[in-house]
Design a protein around this ligand. Structure first.
Ligand code: HEM
Length: 428
């Protein structure tokens, strides 16, 4: 059988060329794989949801809504929750989306902290930035689909931000949401549905494939141990069977852990908020939008002016300008920190104090902006929040820089080696 297939498909050659590719082993490299597993889980659970979901808000009634007339999309979520394991699969979809965005973000941090974006991987960094943005946009387009009061209110926050883009915002929002987002707009769900289940996932599949092809072609940056084991050589385990077995085990652990989380913390039942009404409940966006929501809370309402028929107001400054600058900054990183030489090995964050403390400062900015999202709940003043959002991250970055410089300016290993040398071989 093997011979028969080999004659036709040259499996032996394929095995020697592709499947024996060396993969470096390092725990931080699993973050990219976890992101990938989350995407696969989203597609699989999404197929199940699609088979049982009706993308329409025509009024329907039935035993699940107690005879009450509700939008069909809303009713189909009641139906999904009533199926055996239906609520768990819906929750798995919900949690996998959170994990995918968190894992992609952590994966990006590991690439940044170790300088893996440098020559020749600039292009893959750029593809990565688009992947993260696209993953967040895809999650956002899924918000409204259950069509309960919570879903509509949370989506409305994003709708209003999008509509605030100068000149084109209204047009773009109208295209994405098929007009004004409201409980009665019958076109919004049929418009968002194919975007969420088809166009954005297809784009993600294309970009993820490109990302992985580039990664395989350029080869991974090598962990530090590779320099000691075999300098100048690629060190790692073959893709098949060792790396594949490790990925298989990681996938099973991932599915086990995520299913546990999904079962223990079910996505909120739509009945908790009921179908959309004119009364909007007090909801906050998910953690990956909460920092933008926080910035919007502290920008004074009178920061507004008109220019050539467009309004530049708080929604624009906080919801569009700040995220756009951050995305542009992220895209520019490999060119601001450019290396002529090709990057072979991971760099130690401790040896790059500026880069490391910049990342720490940015993380503090994220935490403080998120805290600003709780301005009303925690009764925090605007003045205090401005200090927390602007000054604290800068101070944290500077202090981290000084600390890293002070701690790592010495070669501690060198000192330990000298000490050990003086005392002869270490014994117990
Ligand atoms: C949907 C999102 C993403 C998926 C599925 C994904 C997947 C992966 C995988 C599986 C790897 C190889 C294993 C590893 O190094 O962790 C990888 C490497 C890489 N990723 Fe991503 N990634 C995503 C997002 C990102 C983001 C947001 C960035 C940065 C902005 C990025 C930049 C890179 C780079 C530069 C490499 C090569 C790393 C090296 O050679 O050390 N990726 N990605």
């Amino acid at each position: 059988m093997y011979q028969w297939l080999d004659d036709r498909l040259s499996i032996g050659k394929l095995y020697a060329k592709a499947f024996r590719k060396a993969f470096p082993v390092h725990h931080s490299f699993f973050l990219g794989e976890i992101t990938l597993f989350s995407f696969i889980t989203l597609v699989l659970t999404g197929i199940f949801l699609t088979l049982n979901y009706e993308p329409s808000i025509r009024p329907v009634s039935g035993p699940l809504s107690g005879g009450q007339e509700v939008p069909a999309a809303y009713y189909s979520i009641l139906y999904i929750d009533s199926l055996p394991f239906g609520a768990v699969i819906r929750s798995l979809h919900h949690w996998a989306a959170h994990i995918m965005i968190a894992a992609a973000f952590l994966h990006m941090l590991r690439i940044h902290l170790t300088g893996a974006y440098k020559n020749p991987r600039e292009l893959n960094w750029i593809v990565g930035v688009f992947l993260l943005v696209l993953a967040i946009v895809t999650a956002f387009t899924g918000y409204a689909l259950p069509f309960d009061n919570y879903a509509l209110t949370a989506t409305k926050i994003g709708y209003e931000i999008g509509a605030a883009a100068p000149w084109v915002g209204k047009l773009l929002s109208d295209i994405l949401f098929a007009g004004e987002l409201s409980p009665t707009n019958t076109q919004t769900i049929p418009r968002l549905y194919p975007i969420h289940v088809l166009w954005l996932p297809l784009t993600l599949i294309a970009l993820i494939s490109l990302h992985l092809v580039i990664m395989i072609k350029q080869k991974h940056t090598q962990p530090r141990y590779a320099e000691k084991v075999a300098p100048g050589k690629i060190v790692g385990v073959p893709l098949f069977p060792q790396q594949a077995a490790m990925m298989g085990i990681l996938f099973l652990v991932y599915i086990g852990a995520t299913t546990f989380i999904a079962g223990a913390f079910l996505a909120h039942p739509v009945q908790a908020f009921g179908p959309p009404t004119a009364n909007t409940p007090a909801v906050k966006p998910d953690w990956y939008f909460l920092w933008i929501y926080g910035i919007l809370q502290i920008i004074p309402a009178n920061w507004r002016f008109e220019f050539l028929g467009a309004t530049f107001g708080p929604q624009f400054w906080g919801g569009i300008l700040v995220p756009t600058l951050i995305i542009l900054g992220a895209l520019a990183i490999p060119f601001l920190d450019y290396s002529k030489e090709k990057q072979r090995y991971l760099e130690l964050p401790s040896r790059h104090p500026f880069r490391t403390s910049f990342v720490i400062g940015m993380l503090m900015f994220y935490i403080m902006s998120t805290l600003a999202g709780y301005k009303v709940d925690l009764k925090l003043s605007n003045e205090l929040l401005w200090v927390l959002v602007l000054i604290v991250p800068i101070v944290t970055g500077v202090v981290s820089y000084l600390l890293i410089k002070a701690i790592y300016s010495k070669d501690w290993n060198q000192e330990v080696r000298v000490e050990l040398k003086g005392k002869g071989p270490a014994t117990d």
